[in-house]
Unconditional design. Structure first.
Length: 469
């Protein structure tokens, strides 16, 4: 990561003008305070309305800690082997969450609970509950938790993040640095920010509300008391707030919650069957755009949804359902929040002309069938679980959309394949100069007894060839 973006939390302090605060507004009018009386007004009514629905999330995990740095010395490794002496200790991380269902449904960030052995939720009144994870996804950095309660809990309504404008006042609620529930204020500083973290999601609201460790998963609210975002990350060189914070928009939260409520065990995004790139000023000039915007079609998978809809390489998608897209991440966001089963109306510009393309949104197909097989016996592949590459498998293992062949889906610990350095996501291209296109072909090749093995593997687009005896 080139920029020091940190997944943390959110809260902020801002001096200056504020709007009249009511638990609910009769209309959406925005106005500058007209006098000193309005400037003296308080956020307190809005905080009383929403703060009880913001919780603390405690994630506990056991970590192995080496007793001494001496054990990293190869000399000691000769005596102790790969498992260096150490001790296990409990590590607890703190984040925040938002109650979005009176039955105890809570939304938070995935990185708050990642790797946790036990998760507890503390309500604003001090009560603590164990919870279960209904759905989580590290690509979108969201997780849905559920606690078992008898009474109806206070909730925060989810607003429409597309209504948010730069300059809108926002409140952030969470528990920074474990000091206790904290409320801070700021404004919306930017929309559709990408390149914020290492994940695949790239469409964030930016706020100058201070975001600090412990606020991850907390609420970003508008002046109606509606959730407009889940505070996720900050730009920071020292770990504290510099007034540049980022939140996952509420419309993404809605789609994720809907998937959890339907009982899905993994979050599915629409399969497009095309790859997209950003539009630089040079590209914009070359394709006849007046400004560098949108997502240019880099490649199209034959017979995929994009191909059937009529998308062509070199075309530029500039809007989805008449909502402008600034970059490829914005395009993926718009398609994802539109939802599976819908049809997206893409505004596509090519050769100075704009046309509309109807793109059906469906899950990636599993064609060919994955035909999962575990290789055993005496070969370099012993211990591998392999699958035929399909659009569905490519999506699950995050392979390039034009991948084909046989991919490593899992590796048994301590197996021959594990010791030889195979990695999940490796695509086995050939064995002894014979192309491998199916798991059945690999299983057959692994049963041979050649004098030597020559393997070619595609790892992240890099071809690696190795010889074994």
């Amino acid at each position: 990561m080139t920029a020091p973006f940190i997944r943390l939390s959110a809260a902020a302090m801002i001096s200056g003008l504020v709007l009249t605060l009511q638990p609910a507004f009769a209309d959406d009018a925005r106005a500058v305070p007209s006098g000193q009386g309005q400037v003296m007004l308080s956020y307190a009514p809005l905080v009383k309305q929403t703060a009880p629905a913001v919780v603390n999330v405690y994630a506990e995990r056991m970590v192995e800690k080496r007793m001494s740095p001496l054990f990293s010395d190869p000399f000691f490794g000769q005596f102790f082997g790969q498992q260096m002496p150490g001790r296990s200790e409990k590590q607890t991380s703190l984040g925040s969450g938002v109650i979005v269902g009176s039955d105890g449904t809570i939304i938070t960030n995935n990185h708050v609970i990642a790797g946790a052995d036990q998760i507890k939720v503390a309500l604003s009144d001090g009560r603590e509950f164990p919870c279960t994870v209904l759905l989580k996804d590290d690509r979108y950095d969201l997780a849905v938790l559920k606690i078992d309660v008898k009474e109806a809990l206070p909730t925060i309504d989810i607003g429409n993040s597309d209504d948010v404008e730069v300059g809108d006042i926002a409140l952030a609620i969470g528990d920074p640095f474990a000091v206790g529930q904290t409320v801070t204020s700021g404004i919306i500083s930017g929309l559709a920010r990408n390149s914020v973290n290492d994940g695949e999601f790239g469409f964030f609201l930016q706020t100058d509300a201070a975001i600090n460790p412990g606020n991850s998963g907390g609420a970003l609210l508008n002046m109606k008391g509606q959730l407009i975002g889940i505070n996720t990350a900050i730009f920071s060189k020292g770990g504290g707030s510099n007034g540049i914070g980022f939140a996952i928009p509420a419309n993404m939260v809605k789609v994720f919650l809907a998937a959890a409520e339907s009982g899905e065990k993994s979050f599915e995004r629409p399969y497009v069957g095309a790859s997209f790139g950003p539009v630089s000023s040079d590209i914009a000039e070359a394709v006849g755009l007046t400004t560098p915007r949108g997502a240019i079609v880099s490649s199209v998978v034959p017979d995929g949804p994009a191909d059937k809809a009529g998308l062509k390489s070199g075309s530029v998608v500039i809007a989805v359902d008449d909502v402008p897209v600034q970059h490829p991440d914005a395009l993926l966001y718009r398609l994802t929040v539109l939802g599976l089963g819908k049809t997206a109306d893409l505004s596509v510009e090519r050769d100075g002309k704009v046309e509309h393309v109807a793109l059906p949104l469906a899950v990636a197909p599993e064609t060919p069938a994955r035909d999962s097989r575990t290789i055993d016996g005496d070969s370099p592949f012993a211990g591998l679980t392999v699958e035929n590459v399909s659009p569905r498998v490519s999506e699950e293992l995050r392979l390039p959309q034009d991948s084909a062949g046989v991919v490593v889906a899992d590796i048994a610990d301590g197996s021959t394949a594990n010791q030889l350095g195979f990695a999940k996501g490796d695509i086995i291209v050939s064995v002894n100069d014979t192309d491998i296109k199916t798991t059945k072909a690999l299983e057959k090749a692994a049963a041979d007894k050649p004098r030597y093995w020559k393997l070619t593997v595609n790892r992240g687009g890099r071809m690696i060839t190795q010889m074994f005896r």
